[in-house]
Design a protein around this ligand. Sequence first.
Ligand SMILES: [Zn+2]
Length: 154
Amino acid sequence: MRLCLALSLLLCASTPAAAGACLGVNSQTGQSQSVLEVYRTGTSHPRRFFAEATHDRATGRPQIVYYSRYGTAPAYFKSFVRQHECCHHSGHRDEIEANCCALRRMGLSASGLAALRTYIVARDVNSQTIVDYQGQGSLFWSKTASRCLGSAQR
Ligand SMILES: [Zn+2]
């Protein structure tokens, strides 16, 4: 019994670190606080976003809202989306910079990076433009890779 309790405490204590702290600034108070994660995965974002970093209108609390494309994405891509949005909340406004920040936080292996690239290219993921066109995923990845990764990782 005591061992079980100790184990569950250890699991609880390690969960936030494993998931990665996600902090942002309250738009009303200016204070740093944990980001609230809101799942609207039954709703399609009008601009096909997986998620977006916003603030609660009533309280100013930083939040990430997840939409339907997020709901059907594989776990490794969900992690990338979460880190990307957390990076927006930590001050990275530029989309490629938010990708670099997310990749630094994730510390992916070569195969993890390859899976991410494949998904972004195949699904034409691009958070830089509202215009939807074929091939935008590979352009988005090449910009990300050239700015965020060393030549050996690209
Ligand atoms: Zn973004």
